[in-house]
Design a protein around this ligand. Structure first.
Ligand code: RIB
Ligand code: CA
Length: 316
């Protein structure tokens, strides 16, 4: 039986790791068909995340990719950004030329709604790599799309690994916990890549040099992005290398066997200031709360980086 690529929408706040995820997706047309890329405010403000998304598509040589700008702030809270991790541009490391790829006029939320209404039910997977503001806004504005979503595979949250922006919360969930609550309570099939698994997808010298050794512009950029991006985690965790958080989402779509997790209940803290944005994951099944997410805990890191290097090597 011929395998058809999964239709996906990537919702993103580039960010170096988002950039690697987008390159992986655009390099894998036999596995994923990218219907569009929707930018959201997160790592850096929206004008930069939408610009960065267009830069990345051009770097991949996929200038026909449709990029849309979405929400410029969370549902109810002020925007929190992460320049301390990603730099002022969000893609610090190498010098990047301004994009020529045009931004679509349509708002990202309208694109998400229109696409889910047009495509056959259960044929489109949403891949959020940043705060969940665009996804939650689409669900609020058009509840009819919720049962039409095939699956949501997202990067966000943490349990055993605890937080990276507060002691309790991971950045994507912390920035817009109300949006995360809407998505986690939506009833849509969820696959979650928390810090518990992404902190096991760490670059190291050998892995970064393998990107550089590709001898291509995308390979060089990935090496320079990860060289820049790793310094935050090395200072904070004393770890060698940068956790490639967002590429775990796309790698799962290509080869789910790389990952292991549990189907459990995950709920979002939205009221306590102390633990705001925490993903309360019932990993040990101590409650009767219904399972709503496949929450990943492990990855075959060697297999992940082999896939990533091979696919990035197709570009440029
Ligand atoms: O906490 C890591 C997540 O926050 C990643 O998606 C990174 O790009 C930032 O958005
Ligand atoms: Ca991101």
């Amino acid at each position: 039986m011929t395998k058809h690529p999964r239709k996906i929408i990537i919702d993103t706040d580039p960010g170096q790791d988002d950039a690697v995820a987008i390159l992986l997706a655009l390099a894998s047309p036999e596995d994923v068909e990218v219907l569009g890329i929707t930018a959201v405010a997160g790592n850096v403000p929206l004008p930069l995340t939408q610009k960065n998304a267009r830069i990345i598509c051009e770097l991949a040589g996929k200038a026909q990719t449709k990029v849309f700008a979405g929400c410029d702030r969370p549902l109810v809270r002020s925007l929190v950004t992460a320049e301390h991790v990603h730099g002022k541009t969000g893609l610090d490391g190498p010098q990047m030329a301004d994009p020529t790829l045009p931004l679509q006029d349509q708002h990202a939320v309208d694109f998400i709604i229109e696409t889910l209404r047009r495509e056959p039910a259960h044929s489109v997977t949403l891949c959020p790599l940043g705060p969940l503001t665009n996804i939650a806004t689409a669900m609020q504005r058009a509840p009819d799309i919720i049962p039409r979503i095939q699956q949501i595979v997202l990067m966000g949250g943490a349990y055993f690994e605890v937080g990276n922006i507060t002691p309790a919360a991971e950045f994507n969930i912390y920035v817009d916990p109300e949006a995360a609550e809407i998505v986690f309570k939506s009833g849509v099939s969820l696959v979650v890549m928390p810090l518990d698994v992404t902190h096991k997808a760490l670059t190291n010298r050998k892995r970064v040099e393998a990107f550089r050794a590709l001898g291509t512009e995308p390979g060089r950029m990935v090496a320079e992005w990860t060289d820049f991006f790793e310094r935050f985690d090395m200072q904070k965790y004393g770890s060698e290398g940068a956790p490639l958080h967002d590429p775990c989402v796309i790698a799962y779509l290509i080869d789910p066997a790389l990952f292991q997790g549990r189907h459990i209940n995950v709920e979002i803290e939205t009221t306590s200031e102390l633990t705001l944005g925490m993903t309360v994951a019932d990993w040990w099944g101590v409650t009767e709360r219904p399972a709503n997410a496949l929450f990943m805990g492990n990855v075959d890191a060697e297999g992940f980086f082999a896939l990533l290097t091979d696919r990035i090597g197709r570009l440029g």
